[in-house]
Design a protein around this ligand. Sequence first.
Ligand code: UDP
Ligand code: MG
Length: 139
Amino acid sequence: MAIEQTLSLIKPDGVSRGLIGEVIKRFEAAGLKIRALKMVRLTQEHARVFYEVHQERPFYDSLTQFMSSGPIVAMILEGEDAIEVNRRLMGATDYRQADPGTIRADFARDIEANIVHGSDSPETAATEINFFFNALELM
Ligand code: UDP
Ligand code: MG
């Protein structure tokens, strides 16, 4: 067990559907602390850099267009095993395979527009936190 930080995003569909409070409520109820938070709108170029790991995938253009289609909420979550805890609260990428009670099972109706993003390892968490937050915001 270790105290970790992870990057969480509420994607454009989560923001436009009025799910910011619902998602944050679940994080806090699970004991995750919000260490930084802001609303931003990515350009498609920003989204392409953020999702660079997926650049060879067939969904890359569509995904990066979607991620730049409206404002998103970026957060740093902190807690014991925060990366895994957040991934568990999110549920599987495909909402049809997500466990009942997870954010994606409860709210997503599309494999692309699936409400939330969460870092998947300590390495990606560090990279993704630095993508969204500068030194001042990291407190
Ligand atoms: N995605 C998609 N089609 C797919 C797989 C993924 O549109 O077949 C999108 C979806 O929005 C997903 C994101 O690409 O959240 C990143 O995919 P990843 O496999 O990293 O899933 P995640 O880590 O978000 O669960
Ligand atoms: Mg991923």
